[in-house]
Design a protein around this ligand. Structure first.
Ligand SMILES: O=C(O)CCC(=O)C(=O)O
Ligand SMILES: [Fe+2]
Length: 241
C-alpha cells in the first residue's frame, strides 16, 4: 500500500514549544511541516477519489449554530473507513499522534464517533462555505490538500477562547465582542485547531476556478470522553441532503 512519507522527525523540540504557545494563544497553529509534492499528490488523489465515489452535496442552515450555512460536498468517516486503508493508517500513525499530543499538551485520543473521525470536504461553487461553528470533539488536524488563491475565498476564520452554549450559541455576539483572526493556508499546509473552544468558519468561496479540498482528522481529549456524547450537529450534517 502506498502511504505518505511525512518527515515528522525533522520537527524539533523548539518548533513544538513554539507551536504549543501559538495553539494556546490562538486556538490554531500551522504545523511546522509542509507536505512534499509527492505526499500532497497522493493524499489529494485519495481525497478526490473518495469525493467522486461517495461525496454528497450539503446545502442547509445548521439550527444548532444559529443557522450558519453549510454549503459543501463531503465524505463522512464511515465511507472513508470503508474505502481508504491509507487514510485510516495515517490517522492512527503513532508518530503523528505523538506530535499532535505534544502540541496540545495531553494525549490525542481516537475520536469515538466513526462518522466524524476522518472527513473529506470540498468547497467549489461560489458561496460554498463551512459556516460558523464549534466541532463536537476538541482537536482537528486539517490537511489542506488544495487551496484556491486568497482572492478566491476559502480562508479560515477563528475566534479563540469561546464556548458553545448549545441552548444559546450567540455566534454574532461572539464575533462582535472578540477579534476574529483570519488565516490563509496554501496547498500542502497542515494546521491544528482546538475546535471545542474556538469558534471558526471557512469564508465563502467568492470566485470560481479552483476547488478547495481538505481532510479533517478529529481527535478527542479526555474532557470530551468525560462528557455525555452529543452528536447533534454531526448528525444534522449527515442527515441533511
Ligand atoms: O476546512 C477547514 O479548514 C475547516 C473545516 C472545519 O471546520 C470542519 O471540518 O469542522
Ligand atoms: Fe470545524
Amino acid at each position: 500500500m502506498k502511504r505518505p512519507m511525512l518527515n515528522l522527525n525533522q520537527i524539533g523540540a523548539d518548533a513544538i514549544r513554539e507551536a504549543r504557545r501559538r495553539f494556546l494563544a490562538e486556538g490554531l497553529v500551522r504545523l511546522p511541516l509542509l507536505l512534499s509534492p509527492q505526499d500532497r499528490r497522493l493524499l489529494l488523489d485519495e481525497a478526490v477519489g473518495l469525493l467522486d465515489a461517495c461525496g454528497k452535496r450539503r446545502d442547509f442552515k445548521m439550527e444548532q449554530t444559529d443557522g450558519s450555512p453549510r454549503r459543501m460536498r463531503n465524505v463522512g468517516g464511515k465511507d472513508v473507513a470503508a474505502r481508504s486503508p491509507m487514510l485510516c493508517e495515517l490517522y492512527n500513525d503513532r508518530q503523528l499522534r505523538e506530535l499532535v499530543s505534544a502540541v496540545i499538551g495531553e494525549p490525542a485520543l481516537a475520536c469515538p464517533y466513526d462518522q466524524e473521525r476522518i472527513v473529506v470536504t470540498s468547497l467549489q461553487q461560489i458561496g460554498d462555505t463551512h459556516g460558523w461553528h464549534w466541532d463536537d470533539y476538541s482537536i482537528a488536524l486539517v490537511w489542506v490538500l488544495q487551496a484556491p488563491p486568497i482572492a478566491s475565498g476559502g480562508l479560515v476564520q477563528c475566534v479563540p477562547h469561546t464556548r458553545w452554549n448549545r441552548d444559546a450559541p450567540q455566534i454574532l455576539e461572539h464575533i462582535v465582542s472578540s477579534p476574529i483572526r483570519t488565516y490563509y493556508f496554501d496547498s500542502g499546509e497542515i494546521y491544528l485547531m482546538q475546535t471545542r473552544d474556538t469558534l471558526h468558519r471557512v469564508h465563502p468561496i467568492v470566485k470560481l476556478g479552483c476547488e478547495r479540498i481538505i481532510m479533517n482528522f478529529a481527535y478527542a481529549t479526555k474532557a470530551d470522553t468525560d462528557l455525555v456524547d452529543n452528536h447533534e450537529t454531526v448528525d444534522a450534517l449527515w442527515a441533511a441532503a
